[in-house]
Design a protein. Structure first.
Length: 212
């Protein structure tokens, strides 16, 4: 029965690759690159170790594909936001709130980024698409800033990359330091009610920062 299932699964390469990436991201995020074994990935998917190598080459290239996937997911979410028709302040508020929520709901993204920073971004640098994948968010911020400056709402010395960094940092810490912060101060800040309040504060901080 298992072999029959795998045979049918092979007829849908996109589904096979998606399944491999889903499992691999979870394991890389939990165990790091060196602590993750291809055999374990295969055991948790509907395919084989041989097929993983067929689709992705080796473990390092699979890891790089996982990086591309987690970055693409957040950028896809941003692309789905309807920001062009919103006033600059409202557009920025929506983007900041989305970033905060996406990161807290996708801790594997945060862990993958943390692991890649341990590797000094060496695998990210080998990707042919990650820079292109991440360019649209800067384009969106550039448009929001341009419109905000033109309307007199925003200060005129804003840099979109710097603003992206500030938004990311305020959202990232909420997940990356959850364990240590909870151990020291308790986990009250990580209830749904507290998280909604903190998200609002992050939005407010960014809007105050850009205000003319």
């Amino acid at each position: 029965m298992r072999e029959k299932t795998k045979s049918g699964w092979k007829q849908d390469p996109a589904a096979v690759k998606s399944d491999i990436l889903r499992v691999a991201i979870s394991l890389f995020a939990a165990n790091g690159l060196s602590g993750t074994r291809v055999e374990e990935i295969a055991a948790r998917t509907k395919t084989s170790k041989r097929m993983i190598y067929y689709y992705f080459g080796d473990k390092e290239r699979l890891y790089a594909h996982c990086l591309e996937k987690v970055y693409a997911d957040i950028r896809d979410g941003e692309s789905a936001l309807d920001l062009a028709d919103l006033a600059p302040k409202d557009a920025l508020a929506r983007l900041v709130a989305f970033t905060y929520d996406h990161q807290r709901r996708n801790p594997d993204f945060i862990r993958m980024v943390m692991i890649e920073n341990i590797h000094d971004a060496n695998y990210l640098k080998t990707s042919d698409i990650i820079r292109d994948v991440n360019r649209p968010v800067i384009t969106k911020l550039t448009d929001i800033i341009t419109r905000g400056v033109a309307s007199g709402e925003f200060r005129d010395d804003l840099d979109p990359v710097e603003l992206h960094r500030h938004i990311s940092a305020l959202s990232f810490f909420n997940v990356s330091n959850k364990g240590t912060f909870s151990a020291i101060y308790g986990d009250a800040l990580f209830s749904e009610t507290s998280q909604e309040r903190l998200r609002g504060q992050v939005v407010e901080m960014i809007l105050n920062f850009v205000k003319a």
